[in-house]
Design a protein around this ligand. Structure first.
Ligand SMILES: C[S@@+](CC[C@H](N)C(=O)[O-])C[C@H]1O[C@@H](n2cnc3c(N)ncnc32)[C@H](O)[C@@H]1O
Length: 250
């Protein structure tokens, strides 16, 4: 019987993998990975491991999750060693882990979960901004920028706008214009600081610092191809640090 592990690969920098994930990666026979898992991390897999890209670019959108679940079960039944299901960030944050856990349970296959660093926490470290701050931000909301159909989800925008705290918006680059409009209609001050961080923790990481009133237009004009995390809230105020390559600091 194989050992199935759903693992968070973090935001991209291999140094942000957990020790446990690194050990599993170096010994797994099969690695089913998302498109968000960086090449540097995949290079750490055992040389004889079979790497299977189940990223959304490889499948039709509607069939993706069902096909991934079926493949995971097939591999679990056919493999003697470790089957690693490697996901970007943390598997339990917008990672479709629920569907995969249910499929494994229905198939009678046991599994473990290993957490990873989610994009919002990696972004906070990059920006040197605490997502919570005494008197300024007493809550953090992890929010999705779109539904499976591509629409803006029916969030409680009044609650998000008025309760304060920091919003960490995932998958929100395409819908930010509409998302921001909902927040502003619900009473959020357009001057509220808002930052977009692309490719967090990777060599091509970029930060756009603006306000919620101006970020949508800037992002439309300046966004690249990489994943983008958006942080909104008073705790994001202040100068964005210039990040020195580690080599320049030693
Ligand atoms: C399907 S969600 C997966 C989130 C992932 N499970 C996590 O915990 O970070 C994909 C979204 O996560 C965010 N994301 C993931 N990795 C990122 C990175 N390295 N830089 C910026 N945003 C990232 C983006 O908002 C992207 O659209």
């Amino acid at each position: 019987m194989s050992r199935v592990v759903l693992v968070g690969a973090g935001p991209g920098d291999p140094d942000l993998l957990t020790v446990k994930t690194l050990r599993l990666l170096q010994t797994a026979s099969v690695v089913l990975h998302d498109s968000l898992v960086s090449d540097e991390i995949l290079a750490l897999a055992h040389p004889r491991a079979r790497l299977i890209d189940v990223g959304k670019r490889c499948f039709r959108h509607s069939a993706t999750q069902a096909e991934i679940c079926a493949l995971l079960i097939r591999e679990a039944r056919a493999t003697a060693g470790i089957v690693l299901r490697l996901k970007g960030g943390d598997p339990m944050i917008f990672g479709r882990a629920t569907e995969e856990m249910a499929a494994l349970e229905d198939a009678g296959i046991e599994y473990e979960i290993i957490p990873g660093i989610t994009a919002a926490l990696a972004a906070a470290a990059t920006l040197q901004r605490s997502l919570t701050q005494r008197m300024v931000s007493r809550a953090v909301h992890f929010v999705a920028g779109h539904t499976a159909e591509g629409d803006i989800p029916a969030h409680d925008f009044a609650g998000l706008a008025q309760r304060g705290g920091t919003l960490a918006l995932y998958m929100g680059a395409q819908t930010l214009g509409g998302f921001a409009a909902h927040l502003l209609e619900a009473g959020l001050d357009p001057a509220t600081p808002a930052l977009a961080i692309e490719n967090v923790s990777r060599p091509d990481e970029r930060v756009l610092a603006a306000s919620i009133g101006t970020l949508p237009a800037r992002l439309r004009a300046e966004a690249g191809e990489g994943p983008v995390l958006i942080l909104i809230g008073e705790a994001m105020a202040g100068r964005v640090p210039v990040r020195l390559p580690l080599a320049a600091c030693v």
